[in-house]
Design a protein around this ligand. Structure first.
Ligand SMILES: Nc1ncnc2c1ncn2[C@@H]1O[C@H](COP(=O)(O)OP(=O)(O)OP(=O)(O)O)[C@@H](O)[C@H]1O
Ligand SMILES: [Mg+2]
Length: 264
């Protein structure tokens, strides 16, 4: 029990070794501002930033199913930071400032647009169910879907007119968010293909910082469907949703393929 609390402190302080006083201050967690299902958001010393802490808790079906995936927080933080860095290098603006340690990342504080952007390349999940089609059909063009982020309403599907009319973002911002979503899809689809993974679909969240739209939140096996190209084995949260087992191994497989590719 005690170890559980001491260990994160040790990793934080060892991560801080070799940094200047100013940099160390940036790493200090202040008040816990929000506890989500997968992450915690802390205030940072500098109010332009947040510290996001990844947890091992997994939930599905609106929180009805709960569990733990061993080291998920560590793996997702690593995957998300690597992918965000790659996207930045490709010209996508994101909230990423710096990975602080295993579970913590420093991000730009944003006003989130309460709209989730889903991009699909292959039929699966709710799309297959809703349209009565089988899973695994490759789509001739990607499909973009928007969902209003609202747990009480179970994140209803909306379109860009709803988003603009409700004032969740203006028309230009919604158009820009969708265009960035498609650009991210092209970059990630190619990258995952190179490591033998089909990017079936994924969810993005955006926010506004200094009047500009930035990609926020995370990209990880929690927010993507990733299938092994050869075996079509699922390497994502569907293993948890569908009681397939081997979640931690699947998440580890994804991070190890990403790291192997990026170290080439
Ligand atoms: N840069 C950022 N600035 C402000 N908020 C952010 C930023 N990046 C992500 N968030 C928000 O932080 C929260 C992350 O927590 P988590 O992913 O656990 O939430 P969640 O359980 O999925 O619930 P929900 O997303 O519905 O609030 C999300 O609400 C997300 O929208
Ligand atoms: Mg979330």
């Amino acid at each position: 029990m005690i170890l559980k609390y001491i260990l994160p402190m040790l990793t934080l302080s060892s991560a801080a070794a070799g940094y200047s006083k100013g940099e160390k201050l940036l790493m200090e967690k202040k008040a816990l501002l929000y506890e989500g299902k997968a992450k915690q958001i802390y205030a940072a010393e500098d109010e332009r930033y947040f510290i996001m802490t990844y947890k091992d808790e997994a939930t599905a079906f609106d929180g009805a199913k709960k569990g733990i995936i061993e080291d998920k927080g560590i793996i997702n933080n690593r995957i998300s930071c690597l992918l965000f860095k790659m996207l930045e290098e490709a010209g996508i603006k994101t909230h990423l400032v710096k990975q602080l340690d295993e579970r913590n990342v420093l991000v730009k504080r944003m006003k989130m647009v309460p709209v989730e952007v889903v991009v699909r390349n292959v039929t699966a999940g709710s799309l297959a169910k809703k349209l009565g089609i089988e899973e695994g059909l490759t789509l001739p063009i990607p499909i973009i879907e928007l969902y209003y982020k609202n747990d009480d309403l179970h994140d209803p599907m909306i379109n860009e007119y709803h988003a603009a009319a409700m004032g969740w973002a203006n028309w230009e911002e919604i158009k820009e968010i969708q265009a960035i979503g498609l650009k991210i899809n092209e970059i990630l689809k190619r990258f995952f293909d190179d490591i033998g993974i089909i990017l079936v679909d994924f969810k993005l969240e955006f926010g506004i910082c200094d009047g500009r739209i930035l990609l926020g939140d995370e990209i990880s096996p929690d927010s993507c469907r990733l299938w092994d190209k050869q075996s079509l084995e699922k390497l994502d949260k569907d293993r948890f949703r569908r009681d397939l087992g081997g979640e931690a191994e699947a998440y580890r497989e994804v991070v190890s393929r990403i790291e192997k590719n990026l170290s080439k």
